[in-house]
Design a protein around this ligand. Sequence first.
Ligand code: NAD
Ligand code: MG
Length: 390
Amino acid sequence: MLGSTGSVGVNTLNVLGRHPERYRVYALTASERVVELAQQCRQFTPRYAVILNEKKAAELKRRLCLDGLDTEVLSGLSGLCQVASDSRVDTVMAAIIGAAGLRPTLAAVRAGKKVLLANKESLVMAGPVFMQALVASKAQLLPIDSEHNAIFQCLPYPCGSLDEAGVEKLLLTGSGGPFRTWQIDELEWVTPDQACAHPNWSMGRKISVDSATMMNKGLELIEACYLFHAPAEQIEVLVHPQSIVHSMVQYCDGSLLAQLGNPDMRTPIAHALAFPGRMKSGVRGLDLLAQGRLDFEAPDPERFPCLRLARAAIKSGNSVPTALNAANEVAVAAFLNGELAFTQISTIIERVVSRAKVFELTDLDVVEQVDSNARLLAAQELTRITNEVN
Ligand code: NAD
Ligand code: MG
């Protein structure tokens, strides 16, 4: 469990806790939150607990020792990569947030694990390297992102090319976030808490802001291109405010297959864990009569410029999505810190993407170089914007 203390992590442990006879948790990991991690260790008694922050390892050890647990404590990136590739592990939930998830997730892929991928940023920033590693190791990649999990469920398995499967297009749905109906000139004044108050999903703060800008859908568009070997033109984004239809596949015979369900991450998590079987997730079935209606609309390009930037990035390919992702992470962190207006998130991303040099993504070093360069450019743009305002 990479990122066990996060939103996806907690939901995953909730599902696992319902099936103690089926699963043993081998390792739990967190960035900083020692108290939560120790509490999870008490409940799931893993062999290892990994804390990224090396300074907090001693505190974690002390807590586990007081509880009489023989869980071993590891720390740092090396600890994360070690448990993700341990030979006694068969399944890895990749639920770290952002670019930080890349190395550990890739370690799991290279070790040939069944990888449950929530950490979309690792695929967005390193798509070609990631997919090459997947082919070489024969790891199994199952999407946890609810949209991709829905598309996966609507495609034949195994699925060769989309053309052979008779797929015309993939339809990615997104709620449109909390500001879908706001006046556009009000968006400048949006606060972090308003942006994090998603109407249908309860998620971590970074992805909640991504949902509000719809960059989340942009990242998911890129994620879908890699996961399903689809050109961006074959993927359409639809705003669906109720978040009940999680995504759809349009076939050439006129059939449109959709996966529906209450918006609760435990459904895709249970699906991927039990695949190709099914098991209970704790999510109640959808009551269509109570639901009443399902609406769809085209995303407003003026309100959601990030969607256009993401589509342009994957069309350009190479390292452009890597730079886009890095710039977005810096801009979102600055917004959450109160240093940047909501509407300037896309400004920073656009400027960084236009300034970043483009490279072919041949290996992880290139990916990390592009990522850190783009972060530097984003920091410069952030300073420039702050000076412009003052
Ligand atoms: P979160 O912020 O709630 O949790 C992140 C987890 O990663 C925590 O356990 C944290 O300790 C760990 N972490 C943070 N920084 C780290 C670092 N530098 N190194 C190692 N570990 C670190 O995030 P989340 O909302 O659970 O999202 C996790 C991933 O799943 C993201 O990639 C997100 O895009 C994706 N996702 C989330 C949801 C959702 O409902 N939350 C839905 C779809 C996809
Ligand atoms: Mg999603």
